[in-house]
Design a protein around this ligand. Structure first.
Ligand SMILES: [Zn+2]
Length: 552
C-alpha cells in the first residue's frame, strides 16, 4: 500500500484536506508561513519521475511546480512541509508520470476512417486521401489535440503538410492557432517535397487506365501546385519564433527522403544547422519505398544518407520498417532517433519494424501515433501495448520490448528524439512541469496487478523483474487506458481536469464540424468516384513492382 512518511497529525490533516481529482474540492494553501512558494502540487500514490530509471519510483510522492517549471520531486509529506501550494491535485489513488510525448502525428480530426478513407496498403491509401473533404484546420487541429491531451499527451509532433503552395502559410497559421488553443505543446514539422509520391503513382498508373478515368487523373496532376522550396525556407525562417504562447516550436520536415531531390535535402540540412532546428522525415515505411529507394540510390537509402552527411542526432526518422542490421548500426552510430508507429504500420500493411534489434543496437526509439491508432482512438496506453507486443520485426523467435522500454519510448526517448531532454520527458527539478495523473484501477482484481513471484518483463528493456517497480509499470503499460487519465498539466497549467479539457467545449466544436462537413458533402467533387476506382490500379502497379523486384 502507498504510504506517507508525514507525521500522523499531518496525515490526518491531509485525509481531511485532499479529495482526489475534482478541482473544486482542492484546497488553496496560500498564506502558510515559512514554506516555499509553489503554484501546483501533484500527489500520487506512486510517482515515476524517470521512466528510464524505475528505481526512482516514489511511493506516496508528489511533484511541486512554480509557474511552468518543476521545483521539487519527493515524498508527499516532506514536500507539504517545505512548500505552500496554491493548488493541489492528484491523490494516493493516482499514478503520476511525465507527460507523454507523441513524437509523430498528423493531428487529424476526424480520422481518415471517419471520413470514409479506409485502411489499405500505404500507396493505395495515399491516393485515396485525395477524396478527403477540406476540414477547417482550426477546428480539426483543436479537436485532434484535445483528443491527444485526454490521452496524456503533453507534447506532439504535428507533421504538417499542405499540398497547395498558395494556401500553405494560411493553413499553417490556422493549424498553429488550433493547436495553441487546445493547450498542448506542439512541434510543427513543416513538410516539404519536390518529387511527390502522388504524382509518381498517378503518372505510373495513367497508361493503364480506361479513357474515361484519364481526364480526371490528368486534371488532378495538373492542379498539383506544391509549395516552392524558396517560399518554404522563407516560411521556416519567419515562423520559427512565432509561437504566441511559447508552446509551439518548429522543425524541418522533408516528407520523406525518397520524395526529395538531393539538392533539396542538402538545403534542408544546411538550414536546420543554421537555425538549430531538429529534422523529422518518414523513411522506409513500405516495401514499395524500400524497392524504389534502392533502385534510385543503388544502395540502401540509409547508406546514401550516411555518405551524404545527412545522419545526425538532429534527425528523427519515422517508421523505418524496412531496415537492415547494417542500416540500424549506421543510425545508432550517428545518434539518429527512430519514431516507431506500431498501429499505423499494421493498419497500412507495412510490416513490423525491428524495434527489438534497434533497441539492442543502441538506437533511441520514440513512439508516434501517426493519427492511425489501432482502435482509431488516439490511446497512448494502447499504443504502448502495441509496441510491447509487436516488435519482433519478422524474427521467428519472439523478442518483445519490455513494458519499461515501452514507457520510456513514450516519454524520455521521445524527448531525446526531439532534442528536448533539458525540458521534458522526465520529472526533474528545472524541467517544464508537463505532468499527468492516471487513476489507479478500482477493480480489486486488477488492483493487485501481478501476483508474487511472477515476472512481468520478458525481452529487451529495463524492467527490473519482480516487485513494486514492475507492478507499477504493469499498471501503466499493460492495463491503463486513455479513460484513466485524470489530470494533464502542461507548463504548470492544468489543461485537462477529470478527463476534460478546461478551455475547450469539444462537443460544440464537434457539432460545428458536423455542420461544415454536411455542407462540404453537398459540394463534393465529381471526381470522388474516379479516385476511389484508382485504388485497384495502384494495387496492380504495386504487384508488378514487387514481381520485378523479386526477379532482380
Ligand atoms: Zn506520418
Amino acid at each position: 500500500m502507498p504510504h506517507s512518511d508525514a507525521s500522523s497529525l499531518l496525515d490526518a490533516a491531509c485525509a481531511m484536506l485532499w479529495t482526489p481529482t475534482a478541482l473544486t474540492a482542492r484546497q488553496a494553501m496560500k498564506g502558510a508561513s515559512g514554506r516555499k512558494p509553489c503554484s501546483l502540487l501533484i500527489r500520487g500514490g506512486i510517482v515515476i519521475p524517470a521512466p528510464d530509471d524505475v528505481d526512482s519510483l516514489i511511493e506516496d510522492g508528489a511533484v511541486c511546480a512554480l509557474g511552468d517549471r518543476i521545483v521539487a520531486v519527493g515524498s508527499f509529506g516532506q514536500l507539504l512541509r517545505e512548500y505552500a501550494p496554491e493548488l493541489v491535485c492528484g491523490s494516493d489513488k493516482h499514478l503520476v508520470i511525465p507527460g507523454l510525448v507523441n513524437a509523430h502525428d498528423h493531428v487529424r480530426a476526424p480520422s481518415t476512417r471517419q471520413l470514409g478513407v479506409h485502411d489499405d496498403v500505404l500507396e493505395a491509401w495515399i491516393v485515396d486521401l485525395l477524396r478527403l473533404p477540406r476540414v477547417d484546420p482550426r477546428i480539426a487541429s483543436t479537436l485532434a489535440c484535445c483528443r491527444l491531451l485526454r490521452s496524456g499527451v503533453t507534447t506532439v509532433v504535428n507533421s504538417f503538410y499542405e499540398g497547395s503552395g498558395e494556401r500553405y502559410e494560411n493553413i499553417l497559421a490556422d493549424t498553429v492557432a488550433g493547436c495553441e488553443r487546445s493547450g498542448v505543446r506542439t512541434l510543427m514539422s513543416l513538410s516539404v517535397l519536390d518529387q511527390g509520391i502522388v504524382a509518381e503513382l498517378l503518372g505510373n498508373v495513367l497508361p493503364h487506365l480506361p479513357e474515361s478515368m484519364r481526364n480526371c487523373v490528368r486534371e488532378i496532376l495538373n492542379a498539383r501546385d506544391p509549395i516552392a522550396t524558396s517560399d518554404y525556407f522563407d516560411i521556416v525562417r519567419n515562423w520559427r519564433a512565432a509561437s504566441p504562447s511559447g508552446r509551439t516550436l518548429f522543425m524541418m520536415g522533408p516528407v520523406s527522403v525518397h520524395w526529395c531531390s538531393d539538392g533539396l535535402l542538402q538545403a534542408i540540412w544546411e538550414q536546420a544547422r543554421a537555425l538549430d532546428l531538429p529534422i523529422q522525415t518518414h523513411l522506409l515505411e513500405s516495401p514499395y519505398q524500400r524497392d524504389r529507394a534502392s533502385t534510385r540510390y543503388g544502395r540502401s537509402v540509409i547508406q546514401y544518407m550516411s555518405e551524404a552527411g545527412l545522419l545526425s542526432s538532429r534527425l528523427s526518422c519515422v517508421h523505418c520498417v524496412h531496415v537492415t542490421q547494417a542500416d540500424i548500426e549506421l543510425l545508432a552510430g550517428a545518434g539518429v532517433s527512430v519514431i516507431h508507429c506500431a498501429s499505423s504500420n499494421q493498419r497500412l500493411n507495412n510490416g513490423t519494424a525491428p524495434v527489438s534489434r534497434m533497441l539492442k543496437t543502441g538506437v533511441n526509439v520514440g513512439l508516434g501515433l501517426d493519427s492511425l491508432t489501432i482502435n482509431d482512438d488516439d490511446d497512448m496506453f494502447e499504443e504502448m501495448r502495441q509496441v510491447a507486443r509487436v516488435s519482433a520485426g519478422g524474427e521467428r523467435r519472439l523478442v518483445r520490448v519490455r513494458t519499461g522500454a515501452a514507457l520510456q519510448m513514450a516519454t524520455v526517448n521521445g524527448a531525446r528524439a526531439l532534442g528536448m531532454m533539458n525540458d521534458i520527458g522526465t520529472l526533474e527539478v528545472g524541467k517544464k512541469a508537463d505532468i499527468i495523473t492516471v487513476k489507479l484501477s478500482e477493480d480489486p482484481a486488477l488492483e493487485h496487478g501481478q501476483f508474487p513471484g511472477s515476472d512481468i518483463g520478458v525481452g529487451i528493456g529495463s524492467d527490473t523483474g519482480t516487485g513494486i517497480d514492475s507492478v507499477s509499470l504493469d499498471r501503466i503499460v499493460n492495463r491503463a487506458r486513455k479513460s484513466d487519465v485524470d489530470t494533464v498539466v502542461v507548463d504548470g497549467e492544468i489543461v485537462v481536469d477529470d478527463g476534460r479539457n478546461r478551455h475547450i467545449d469539444e462537443q460544440a466544436l464537434l457539432d460545428e464540424l458536423h455542420e461544415a462537413l454536411a455542407r462540404e458533402t453537398r459540394r463534393r467533387s465529381q471526381n470522388d468516384a474516379t479516385i476511389a476506382g484508382l485504388k485497384s490500379y495502384v494495387h496492380a502497379l504495386l504487384e508488378r513492382r514487387s514481381q520485378t523486384a523479386s526477379m532482380t
